[in-house]
Design a protein around this ligand. Structure first.
Ligand code: 6PG
Length: 247
């Protein structure tokens, strides 16, 4: 398990520019080596600047979009046309502006009942995975960080047993004004990824960044500590405000 690499960028925009270059590098090498690139997107607001850069030149016309497969690390259980949906924003900003085939967009069925959505997404992962696997080994897991240390929809509190046995779980959690009912990939899937990239900006994330990266192990209190790929590389892209409490 390699130590996370920390990269601090002057502004959220230069961070997004670097994240777009990282996405393009990983996508190009995955397609060259394995014929496709699979990515689990994070939700929230931080990745939106990244999505916008990927939807513009040079990436919009240069990436092998027909070989890129999009999943979501977590999704809010609302319809896909609801602004509370993580798919909604990724589609609005990126997917609707690039030539990615509809079959490559593996959205979670947020409009369904929680257990139906979990079962459908679990099946979607298995269908995309290699024959003997329950979930794919993602080439990239894009992760965000909440000010409370959550990532995807893994929130502070006792770790539910299903989180350590299932690839997809149903979660209810209050955070800001966001839809509470969600589904989330679990650390089983995230920690199997080849590359994990956390994006975090703003002073509101500083305490969580410091606790997750340099605090004592407390994965119930700081869920992002649960993301430690066994045979993958983790990078944290931060701005100075989010990195302010790092030693
Ligand atoms: C979600 C995200 C969540 C997000 C963090 C950070 O569905 O909300 O997947 O894990 O990454 O809450 O959100 P911001 O980028 O908006 O701060």
């Amino acid at each position: 398990m390699s130590k996370p690499a920390l990269c601090i960028f002057d502004t959220p925009q230069t961070l997004a520019t670097a994240a777009a270059a990282e996405f393009a590098k990983l996508a190009t090498s995955a397609v060259t080596e394995r014929g496709r690139f699979s990515v689990a997107l994070s939700g929230g607001s931080t990745p939106k600047a990244l999505f916008a850069l990927l939807a513009a030149a040079p990436y919009a016309h240069s990436l092998p979009w027909d070989k890129i497969h999009f999943f979501w690390g977590d999704e809010r259980l609302v319809p896909p046309d609801n602004p509370g949906s993580n798919y909604y924003h990724a589609n609005q900003i990126l997917l609707s502006d690039v030539d990615v085939p509809a079959a490559n967009v593996h959205r979670a069925l947020g409009e369904g009942a929680p257990q139906e959505a979990v079962a459908a997404y679990t099946a979607e992962l298995a269908a995309f995975a290699a024959a003997d696997r329950r979930w794919p080994r993602f080439d990239l897991a894009l992760m965000g960080l909440g000010s409370d240390g959550h990532t995807a929809a893994l929130f502070p509190g006792p770790i539910p047993p299903e989180e350590t046995s299932q690839p997809v779980i149903s979660v209810s959690a209050e955070y800001e004004d966001r839809p509470a009912h969600r589904l989330s990939l679990t650390p089983l899937v995230f920690n199997d990824a080849r590359h994990v990239l956390f994006l975090a900006t703003g002073g509101g994330k500083a305490k969580a960044v410091s606790a997750v990266l340099q605090g004592s192990p407390a994965p119930e209190q700081w869920p992002a500590q649960r993301i430690q790929p066994s045979d993958g590389q983790t990078k944290w892209f931060l701005d100075p405000a989010a990195a302010a409490l790092l030693k």
